[in-house]
Design a protein around this ligand. Structure first.
Ligand SMILES: NC(=O)c1ccc[n+]([C@@H]2O[C@H](COP(=O)([O-])OP(=O)(O)OC[C@H]3O[C@@H](n4cnc5c(N)ncnc54)[C@H](O)[C@@H]3O)[C@@H](O)[C@H]2O)c1
Length: 338
């Protein structure tokens, strides 16, 4: 497609992440959000008030024929149908993580997108702080990597909804069939994918311990993951739905033989946060520079626009499916969570 006009986007599932993060990210990346498809009257009203076309379903939106890229942000078990529709319509598709609620749905989705322009929306790999960390590691700033340690947590009430509209109804995140699990499937894949980006190599071992400790819902509200890359770098991650929002809960560290990189408040949907590099010989701490205004969603929208224009990109369904398989094997071993 021509480089002179903006990529025109449609969105399937105009809920929290699409409305509050991806829609502004598309605009900030120079794209144009044209239409949404969502059966919810609230979502449609919100889209129309922003000047967007609103459809009941994705097929109708694609049939209108005026979008270059589709972003899918439906609940996890409802990713496959809009992705399939996009493939049928020949429209590149960026689908939210996890690929799907189950491994078998993810396998089906991967088969469906073979040969098609597809990306999984691991926005964390596009955060400029994380790109700066990856560059620093590659440049030798911490010497040989030893371990990645992550805390990524939040509070998810069973009746949570971003605007209160869903109050009194069950949050799909706590429904095993819709979400495929709880805190761990929702949050941990970000860190797993990020560790592979930072280290430049895949994880090949993973174990998970689950808990259902605080919330009274049918899925895990916390988990501890422990793994390793093929070359021997250790991976550890604590993810949770049961951590008070006011506590420190977004931290990423990479320990190397010559230093330690610490990222605070970079994991998540927003721009900013802070990264420091501590020297292993002197103890001196220096900040790592990155663009603190660039949100991971803006960077992700720009990266996918490059894919749509057949420019170099690093989206890969093969990589994402391999990670999902590794994750699922460990997750199935960890169940049940109580
Ligand atoms: N990358 C991130 O940081 C991040 C953050 C939050 C959510 N997510 C992912 O995004 C997806 C959506 O999460 P959310 O928090 O926005 O959920 P949400 O519940 O706020 O929004 C989901 C929307 O999908 C709509 N929907 C349901 N069925 C549909 C269908 N068949 N066709 C079209 N729309 C349909 C719902 O009406 C709702 O508006 C999930 O896969 C989640 O894991 C990613």
């Amino acid at each position: 497609m021509s480089d002179v006009r903006p990529v025109r986007w449609g969105i399937a599932g105009f809920g929290w992440v699409a409305r509050d993060y991806m829609a502004p990210g598309i605009e900030a990346a120079g794209g144009e959000l044209v239409a949404i498809a969502d059966p919810s009257a609230t979502a449609q009203a919100s889209a129309m008030s922003a000047g967007l076309l609103a459809h009941d379903d994705v097929e109708a939106m694609l049939a209108a024929g005026d979008i270059d890229a589709l972003y899918v942000a439906t609940p996890n078990n409802l990713h496959l149908a809009p992705v399939r529709a996009a493939v049928r319509a020949g429209v590149p598709v960026l689908c939210e993580k996890p690929i799907a609620a189950t491994l078998s749905q993810a396998e089906e989705l991967a088969t469906c997108v073979t040969g098609h322009v597809y990306g999984t929306a691991f926005d964390q790999r596009h955060h400029p702080a994380h790109r700066a960390m990856a560059d620093a590691i590659r440049g030798g700033a911490i010497g040989r990597a030893i371990a990645v340690r992550i805390v990524y947590a939040c509070w998810v009430d069973p009746l949570w909804s971003p605007d209160g509209a869903g109050a009194g109804t069950c949050n799909w995140r706590s429904d095993p069939q819709s979400a495929g699990g709880g805190a761990v499937i929702d949050l941990a894949l970000h860190g797993l994918d990020l560790a592979e980006l930072l280290l430049g190599e895949p994880l090949d071992r993973l174990h998970i311990a689950l808990q259902r400790r605080i919330h009274d819902y049918a899925v895990d509200d916390g988990g501890m993951l422990c793994g390793r890359t093929a070359s021997g770098v250790l991976f550890q991650s604590h993810v949770a739905y049961n951590c008070a929002e006011l506590l420190p809960r977004r931290r990423l560290e990479v320990l190397g033989e010559a230093g330690l990189l610490v990222a605070t408040d970079t994991m998540g949907q927003t721009a900013g946060g802070c990264v420091t590099l501590r020297d292993g010989r002197t103890g001196a701490e220096t900040p790592l520079a990155f663009d603190a205004e660039l949100s991971p969603f803006t960077a992700q929208a720009a990266a996918f626009a490059a894919a749509v224009r057949h420019r170099p990109h690093d989206f890969s369904i093969d990589r994402d499916l391999r990670l999902m398989r590794l994750f699922d094997a460990a997750y199935q071993q960890a169940l049940p969570c109580r």
